[in-house]
Design a protein around this ligand. Structure first.
Ligand code: DGL
Length: 261
């Protein structure tokens, strides 16, 4: 079983990619809806939450964990790996590798306040190639807009334009969607930065890395024959979450309420 966690709906962008690329593998998803958002919290709180989320997934019997949250990946990937005895894949490391493999010179990064404050993308990309130019911008209202199902509301497009105005003027080659909630707003973000900017969704590089790990070591987790049974756990009941998750994954999603601490 593949364990995946995020603060809320965002990690489902990674789950969708897992379902597409690794269709036979059962997924146990945990959305920490009771403590969401993570991106406005301090570093210590995010680290504590991320370790508890991983421990919860371990109790469910997962064999590999994907931190489908940029905030937790930026601040807590080492702590999470130290806390569990299964492989942990974060969303930042494979995204950095994918970006470095392309000849992008001017790269934008958008994410939560905590992710942008951490400077994780700048640090990792510059450590490998100091010539790349990075421009980061926190977009704190994006997460609540996604969790409210407000992607298509006119005010969301206005907020996206406000947030991304400065980045648009940079004439970026690529823009990293450095929060797993943001692919829900892909269309609005693309409209705000212009059609020439390549949007990088961390879900793709992350799931490619997961796929490679599973191919290299098939004992890690096994696919089932037939349709796998996926589970969706949340720490607070939320009718809107179930509705939006079903819409995003194009399948019925039944939520299980769990206690994380
Ligand atoms: N989706 C998460 C991320 O990638 C967390 C968003 C939040 O809870 O603030 O950063």
């Amino acid at each position: 079983m593949i364990g995946v966690f995020d603060s809320g709906l965002g990690g489902l962008t990674v789950v969708k990619e897992i379902m597409r690329e690794l269709p036979g593998y059962p997924v146990v998803y945990f959305g920490d809806t009771a403590r969401m958002p993570y991106g406005t919290k301090g570093d210590a709180a995010v680290r504590r939450f991320a370790v508890q989320d991983a421990e919860l997934l371990m109790r469910e019997g997962v064999e590999v964990i994907v931190i489908a949250c940029n905030t937790a990946s930026a601040l807590a990937r080492e702590e999470v790996q130290a806390a569990v005895n299964v492989p942990v894949i974060d969303v930042v490391t494979p995204t950095v590798t994918a970006v470095l493999a392309e000849d992008y010179r001017k790269i934008g990064v958008i994410g939560t306040s905590a992710t942008v404050r951490s400077g994780v993308y700048e640090k990792m990309i510059h450590a490998a190639d100091p010539r790349r130019r990075l421009y980061a911008r926190a977009c704190p209202l994006f997460v609540p807009l996604v969790e409210e199902g407000s992607e298509r509301r006119p005010e969301t497009a206005i907020i996206a334009k406000r947030y991304l105005n400065q980045l648009k003027l940079r004439h970026l080659d690529a823009l990293i969607l450095g929060c797993t909630h943001y692919p829900f707003l892909r269309r609005q973000v693309q409209a705000a930065v212009g059609p020439g900017v390549r949007l990088i969704d961390p879900a793709q590089a992350t799931v490619q890395l997961l796929k490679r790990r599973l191919t290299e070591d098939p004992r890690l987790a096994r696919p089932v024959s037939g349709d796998p049974h996926h589970r969706f756990l949340v720490s607070d009941s939320s009718p809107i979450f179930a509705r939006l998750a079903s819409r995003w994954l194009k399948r019925p999603v039944e939520l299980e309420l769990v206690q994380v601490e």
